[in-house]
Ligand binder design. Structure first.
Ligand code: SAM
Length: 389
């Protein structure tokens, strides 16, 4: 059975959380420690992992099959030489089109456009020498997408097996103006340690419902391929045993369950609550989440004390006027603390790190600032807060 090296692209700062998640969910992979690459997790795995992960890995954006990783590359000539040495006819058919996506991190005396240009020429010329045929480029809808990345002096070349990023789950029909990525929502739920068999989980500022919906999809084993069909790029990779993909897709879909869950979503906006219900319906989990309109500052009026085991939420941030934001965070946290059961947990993702730390210290809450993401243009923290009597 052939082994491959892969990397998955993930939210920056989430590398360790994703590595743990992949190890828990995919047997037979070996995580490779490549710490210098932010936003990527490398591993060794088999062909079936291409299908399994694209269909069911909830924490990743894309899965790239690595063709080459080498160091000490400082010029376009060397990039050209290394890319030309790859046996491209093993990966692309003569009738297929391709495109190069080039990126660059560090200081170089060439641009990513230069990298794309020389890589494209190297692929066309290598292919022509191997087969006598000239490959065509198609930038808008290529059959095969080759990623070429220069990260300082590392050259990384791979083939995209995914296509559109998996964080776009395709069940979303209502678009909240500031949605949380579904991949992050899933990771937050897992970080909270929510036990779907017995614990109640609440998102009191749920917007379009991403957090409770991702919690329900995970707990019910509903895979990503339930909502996405033929858009995966691996279907164009003729060197794979694609008949296996269909088998794996069916197997995953047959593992779905319909168990009872205790999931609650709340938002101050009626419009968002309506949207969250639509999203949940489209994600096939509407029967297992209760969405209500309500004010997170008054949680202790809506829920009895110590009645919720887990709160996972993504409150507003970076808002003006600041006093309104202080008021929301202070009242929400004071009320949340009251309704949280003994041994309850809260996971909060926000860029308002200083504000949250100040309030948590005031209420004597034990917390870990778990990770720092760059979410959009803001540095964002994930707080894991635990309540012990
Ligand atoms: C960053 S958004 C959450 C987005 C959500 N995670 C998603 O993926 O769609 C913050 C949400 O908090 C809600 N919100 C603001 N103040 C609130 C309050 N006092 N009580 C409840 N919800 C509130 C807003 O309406 C908004 O939908």
């Amino acid at each position: 059975m052939s082994e491959y090296t892969f990397y998955v692209t993930v939210e920056r700062g989430a590398e360790d959380l994703v590595a743990k998640d992949l190890l828990e969910n995919f047997r037979g992979i070996e995580i490779l420690r490549e710490k210098e690459f932010r936003g990527k997790v490398f591993f060794r795995g088999r062909e079936e992992h291409i299908f399994l992960m694209n269909f069911s890995a909830r924490s990743i954006n894309r899965l790239i099959l690595v063709l080459l990783h080498t160091r000490n590359i400082g010029s376009l000539n060397l990039i050209y030489k290394h890319i030309k040495e790859i046996e491209w006819s093993s990966y692309i058919d003569a009738e297929q089109t391709f495109a190069v996506k080039a990126t660059r991190v560090g200081s170089h005396n060439f641009t990513s456009l230069d990298i794309a240009r020389v890589s494209g020429s190297a692929i066309i010329e290598a292919f022509q020498e191997e087969t006598g045929r000239r490959l065509r480029v198609n930038l808008s809808k290529p059959d095969v997408v080759v990623h070429v990345e220069m990260i300082n002096d590392h050259l990384l070349v791979g083939i995209d097996t995914t296509g559109p990023s998996l964080h776009m789950r395709r069940y979303r029909v209502y678009n909240h103006p500031m949605p949380l990525k579904a991949t992050l929502a899933y990771l937050l739920v897992r970080l909270s340690g929510w036990n779907p068999n017995e614990e109640k989980l609440l998102d009191p500022m749920c917007g379009g419902g991403t957090i409770p919906i991702e919690a329900a999809l995970w707990a019910r084993n509903i895979p990503i391929n339930r909502f996405r069909k033929n858009e995966y790029l691996f279907y164009n990779l003729k060197f794979l045993h694609l008949e296996k993909a269909e088998k794996i897709a069916k197997q995953l879909l047959s593992k779905e369950t319909r168990k009872e869950l205790h999931l609650l979503g709340m938002d101050i906006s009626e419009e968002h609550i309506k949207g969250a219900r639509m999203n949940a319906k489209n994600a096939l989990v509407a029967d297992t989440i209760i969405f209500t309109q309500g004010d997170a500052r008054l949680l202790d009026k809506q829920f009895s004390s110590e009645s919720i085991n887990v709160i996972v939420t993504n409150p507003p941030y970076n808002l003006r006027p600041r006093l309104k934001l202080y008021d929301l965070y202070e009242k929400f946290l004071a009320a949340a603390w009251k309704i949280l059961a003994d041994r309850g947990r809260m996971v909060i993702i926000t860029s308002e790190r200083k504000l949250l730390i100040r309030i948590l210290r005031n209420i004597n809450a034990h917390f870990q600032l778990y990770n720092v993401f760059r979410y959009g243009s803001l540095n964002t923290g994930i707080f894991l807060i635990k309540k012990h009597s």
